[in-house]
Structure formats: structure tokens, C-alpha cells
Design a protein around this ligand. Sequence first.
Ligand SMILES: [Zn+2]
Length: 85
Amino acid sequence: MAKRQVEWLKKKFIELKSFYGNKCAICKKEGDYLEFAHVKETELNGRGRGMWKRYYDIINNLDSYRLMHRECHEYYDGVLRDYFD
Ligand SMILES: [Zn+2]
């Protein structure tokens, strides 16, 4: 991917985090170690399908994602599944 595109995505990613308030949707704490978790299905499901593809998917489906800590994400996946429906 072109360097310019990578820079754009990095910037976009920071914007996305602030769009979600830079805090975890589950425990509501702010933090640096937040990741985007699916709360609704998109065409791109699961972890590790390529970071950039995932960024684009988040940008195109803002409503299908929430920011979470990894531990909160695992808790969400295990217990809270329908929390955001
Ligand atoms: Zn959390």
C-alpha cells in the first residue's frame, strides 16, 4: 500500500477513536489499549483479516463497531453478545 494511504489510514484511525470517545464501550474507561470490536456483523468478520482491510471496514460500518479493551472484548464476545442490539 502506498505510504500516503497508510498515513491517511493512521490519521483516520485516530479520528475514529475520538469519534467513539476514546473510551471502552463496556467498562467506560479511557485508555490507550482499545481495539475495535464487531457488535454487528459486517462482511469482514473475525480477527486478523488484515489490519488495513479492517480499517476500511470500520470506516464504512461505524455503527457495527465499538471500541473495547481486549479483555472487555473477550467478555463481550463470551457474555454480552446482544448488548448493543
Ligand atoms: Zn474496558
